[in-house]
Each structure stands twice: as structure tokens, then as C-alpha cells.
Design a protein around this ligand. Structure first.
Ligand code: DX5
Ligand code: ZN
Length: 214
């Protein structure tokens, strides 16, 4: 199982130290949550912080934009050194175009679904995307409880990917711990995002490894 620890739960006063911890771990990616206070009821951090993280990070950056009009920021996200740009289905009126623009900018394109958005909405875009990010909490905050219906959505998405011949990976974000992570692995998830579970653990490096071994 790949693991993408979310810096949202890191110590922002010691961000470099926490990124160095992730460098020393078996984390596959570093997940960065950008919030605008409009699409979600919270504000986190923006491009200057991602650029600062990139200077230290030795893992690919997985940037999750919880913002309206994400298509306006493709080149800025690329200039932050992002490997993956995640945009929410719910804010993209021209999702096909936005996916093409992300790929043309040299990044992997991922589309994110809120808990209430059905997987079938991706039927006509699934062969174009590199990854689908399924939210297993309502976006905006770390440390929330996993929504059990997400397991059904992972299975539905896995079926859609198989039937369409897509190469998209399935990433799941929110309320991930060893118990929900094991259920997600069984359902077909490829990548787990974990914020609170990693950064509140007494030993974050061992916690990342435990998730990685699922
Ligand atoms: C929530 C963010 C998540 C968050 C996950 O809106 O998208 O990436 O950091 O946090 P946990 O793992 O604490 O639920
Ligand atoms: Zn996220």
C-alpha cells in the first residue's frame, strides 16, 4: 500500500523537521491540502508554503486543492514542484479541459470526489485521469471520523477502472488509521492519505510503515 502523509496535521512551526521525518520514512508521497475558505469552511496554506516544503522534500508532492476555480492555478501548482494535482469534481465545470491542462503542464492529473458525489460521475473521464481521490470525510479538517460508505465507493471505482481499462490509481483521504486502512486495502485502494493518525502518533515513522505494510 502506498502512503501519502498529510502535512495538514504537521507542526507548522517545525515544518522542515516534519518534512525531514517524512523523507526518512517509507512514505511514497507527501500530501498537501490547500483550502480557500470558500469551497471548504477552512483556510490552510498556499503556494509559498508548498514551495518551502518542496525545498526539503525528497518525496513527490501530492497537492489536493480544496478551492474553487482550480483551473486558474495549474501553472502555479506546477511551479511548486507538484507531481500530482488533485482538483475537485464539484468545482470543475469543464473537467475534461482542466485534466488536459494539468497533464500538458507535466503533472499527473487527479480528480477528487466528495462523500456525496457518486463514483459514476467519473464514467466519461476515467480513462483520462492518473488518479482518483475519494474523500472519506467531508473536506476541510483533519482528524474527522471515516465515513463507512467510502468502502462501497472504492469497490465501485475499482470496477469502473477495471471495466474501462483505465490505469487510474485509487487514493482515499480522511479518517484513515490501521483499522480503516485495512478495510480500504481489501476494497481496492492503492494509496492512503493519513494526517492525524500519523502526526499524533508517538512514532510517526513506525506508523507510516504500518500503513505501508497493509
Ligand atoms: C481533509 C484533508 C485531508 C486531511 C486528512 O479535508 O483533505 O487530507 O489532512 O486528515 P485525517 O487523516 O486526519 O483525517
Ligand atoms: Zn487531502
Amino acid at each position: 500500500m502506498q502512503v501519502s502523509p498529510s502535512l495538514l496535521s504537521a507542526d507548522f512551526g517545525n515544518i522542515q523537521r516534519d518534512v525531514e521525518m517524512l523523507n526518512a520514512s517509507v512514505a511514497d508521497l507527501i500530501h498537501l491540502d490547500v483550502m480557500d475558505g470558500v469551497f471548504v469552511p477552512n483556510i490552510s496554506f498556499g503556494f509559498p508554503v508548498i514551495k518551502a516544503v518542496q525545498k526539503t522534500a525528497q518525496k513527490p508532492l501530492d497537492v489536493h486543492l480544496m478551492i474553487v476555480e482550480p483551473q486558474k492555478y495549474v501553472s502555479q501548482v506546477r511551479d511548486c514542484g507538484a507531481e500530482i494535482m488533485n482538483v475537485h469534481y464539484e468545482v470543475c465545470q469543464h473537467l475534461h479541459r482542466t485534466i488536459q491542462q494539468i497533464k500538458q503542464a507535466g503533472m499527473k492529473a487527479a480528480v477528487t470526489l466528495n462523500p456525496a458525489t457518486p463514483v459514476i460521475m467519473l464514467e466519461d473521464i476515467i480513462t483520462e485521469v492518473d488518479m482518483v481521490l475519494l474523500m472519506s470525510v467531508n473536506p476541510g479538517f483533519g482528524g474527522q471520523s471515516f465515513i463507512p460508505n467510502s468502502l462501497k465507493k472504492v469497490r465501485q471505482l475499482k470496477d469502473l477502472i477495471t471495466q474501462s481499462g483505465s490505469n487510474a490509481l485509487i487514493e482515499v483521504d480522511g479518517g484513515v488509521n490501521l483499522e480503516t486502512g485495512a478495510q480500504l486495502a481489501k476494497a481496492g485502494a492503492d494509496i492512503l492519505v493519513a494526517g492525524n493518525f500519523v502526526f499524533s502518533a508517538p512514532n510517526p515513522i513506525a506508523t507510516i510503515e504500518a500503513l505501508h505494510n497493509l
